[in-house]
Design a binder for this molecule. Structure first.
Ligand code: SAM
Length: 220
């Protein structure tokens, strides 16, 4: 188990009670200040109303992000979801039920057992802020490695709220206490975490909710 997960996030993802407590749509929405559906739908829109080809979701997400994604799969499309925590893999398998177009597997984001350039799209939904800088860089390197040229990497995560944002100070205090690596995303843009030398065609960043959240789309 990655040390940051075992030491900093055990209560949210690894403890047997974590799934019982957090697997609630209203709670994940509350944690995102009412922005869950907006961020989910923006990411899904980037992937397309109908998702074709091979899609990889790196890390499970509480709430209905993945169920909504599966509803968009075109016949013949395939969604792989990987997560390093067995309890999260089991929870998602239970949440989705058997689905012929979906595989849920235990894998580490920093060492994906996925072929180079094999995915039409890859999605990272609120994973990077949980990771220390070196792990974040390796996760992005792996996500780009498996994305085919012309394919999309869609990242949704925290960003830096503007100075006048009423939640600037409260969020700084919450993140500093509970999610210390998240403040990295206040300091530096996504491009700075990308592996040097990796070719990508374009990078588009959109922020919302006063800059607290960002969506970054990288076309490989
Ligand atoms: C995507 S993030 C946060 C999602 C969001 N906060 C939510 O509401 O669920 C949480 C997931 O990332 C997984 N995770 C963290 N580090 C990982 C890694 N290195 N490889 C794969 N999964 C990882 C955790 O096990 C957890 O299931």
């Amino acid at each position: 188990m990655p040390p940051y997960l075992a030491q900093t996030y055990w209560w949210a993802y690894l403890h047997p009670n974590a799934v019982r407590v957090f697997e609630r749509q209203w709670l994940v929405n509350l944690i995102l200040w009412g922005n869950f559906a907006r961020l989910r739908d923006a990411a899904l829109a980037e992937l397309g109303a109908t998702v074709r080809g091979n899609l990889l979701q790196v890390a499970c997400v509480y709430g209905d992000f993945t169920p909504q994604l599966t509803r968009r799969l075109a016949p013949g499309a395939h969604l792989s979801v990987v997560d390093v925590a067995p309890i999260q893999v089991a929870n998602l398998q239970r949440k989705l039920g058997p689905h012929p177009q979906v595989s849920v597997m235990r894998q580490d984001a920093t060492a994906l057992r996925v072929a180079d350039a094999s995915q039409d799209a890859v999605v990272l939904f609120f994973l990077l802020h949980e990771q220390p800088a070196d792990v974040r860089r390796q996760t992005l390197a792996e996500a780009l490695r498996v994305t085919r040229p012309g394919g999309k990497l869609v990242v949704v995560d925290y960003h830096r709220p503007s100075a006048w944002h009423p939640l600037h100070l409260p969020m700084w205090a919450v993140l500093k206490t509970l999610e210390p690596f998240a403040l990295d995303l206040w300091q530096a843009d996504m491009a700075s975490w990308l592996p040097p030398g990796t070719p990508w065609a374009s990078l588009t960043q959109r922020t919302c909710f006063g800059g607290l959240y960002q969506q970054v789309v990288i076309v490989r």
